[in-house]
Design a protein around this ligand. Structure first.
Ligand code: SAM
Length: 280
């Protein structure tokens, strides 16, 4: 590797990149291979400049200091991407509607709790898609004890998700019938979720690699397109922890390029390329 100092940009050395690798690993389980050195520069240098600092070294000292805890969250967030969309990987929502919602509805109608979890929800398209799938098959869901926990490490995206407001270009991915049923225009070409569906999602900030102050178990967990950043040991630990949070017969949905390696150890059985079921 070579040290870099782009014209007018903050100083950035190999030692700085190694510090970035160490902090990202320790704080969020994020594994940054050496090939990401330039990408890290382009993403983090913006924060260094915005804070008026001259070098990565000063910035990295700050994020490791007690007074830099808020910045540490921002630092972790610029290292990952928030790309998402409504009904991404449509087969997961078809599967959810067919195999999860009927059981969840029966349980909720009998007075029980129905819980689903979108575990790296980004700007919310995933949990809102789950909510639409639930409401489509179980229209009175919002008057029962049914909740969709929607969490992400990034407080900015969680706040955005909680507004339930999206621009027209995003909303086009939602089938017209569902859009008409669950959304209304709210000015400036934006649409917002409206009515009972808004009672389903509960948005929270949560680092998947820290403690989870979460009670109870889930009928299904969506943990998609997030473990791509984690090293093997962090992934395996996360799969085990998620499996522990699934009820017997519950499903785990993962991203299209993700796999649960130690299926037998976690008690998860693969039922489709990116869908796993707990137990038999
Ligand atoms: C590419 S988005 C995936 C969004 C959605 N699950 C999907 O598949 O469309 C990845 C999200 O993971 C979040 N993330 C990264 N590391 C995380 C961690 N340690 N704990 C929780 N969320 C994390 C990022 O903030 C980002 O919003």
């Amino acid at each position: 590797m070579m040290d870099m100092t782009s014209a007018g940009g903050p100083d950035y050395t190999d030692a700085d990149f190694q510090t970035v690798q160490r902090i990202a690993q320790k704080e969020a389980g994020i594994c940054l291979p050496d090939s990401k050195k330039t990408l890290v520069y382009s993403r983090v240098s913006r924060r260094v400049r915005e804070l008026g600092l001259a070098s990565f070294r000063t910035y990295l000292d700050f994020v490791q200091a007690p007074e830099g805890q808020d910045e540490l969250e921002k630092f972790i967030c610029v290292l990952t991407t928030n790309v998402t969309s409504f009904f991404r990987e449509k087969n997961h929502f078809t599967h959810l509607k067919e195999f999860v919602v009927p059981r969840l509805a029966a349980k909720a109608r009998a007075g029980g709790r129905g819980r689903l979890w979108s575990a790296a929800c980004s700007t919310g398209q995933e949990p809102w898609s789950i909510a639409m799938s639930v409401m489509a098959a179980f229209p009175e869901a919002s008057s029962h004890d049914v909740r969709i926990l929607a969490t992400d490490i990034n407080s900015d995206v969680v706040a955005q998700a909680a507004t339930g407001i999206y621009p027209e270009a995003e909303v086009e991915a939602i089938p017209a019938g569902k859009r008409a049923q669950f959304m209304e225009p709210c000015g400036g070409g934006d649409f917002r979720f409206t009515g009972g569906i808004c009672r389903l999602p509960a948005f929270r900030v949560l680092n998947l690699n820290a403690d989870w102050p979460i009670k109870g178990s889930f009928s299904a967990i969506f943990c998609r397109n997030v473990v791509i950043y984690f090293d093997e040991a962090t992934r395996e630990r996360l799969w085990r922890r998620l499996a522990d949070r699934l009820e017997e017969g519950g499903f785990l949905y993962v991203g299209h390029s993700e796999r649960v390696a130690s299926k037998s150890e976690c008690g998860l059985e693969q039922v489709a390329p990116t869908i796993y079921r707990k137990g038999h």
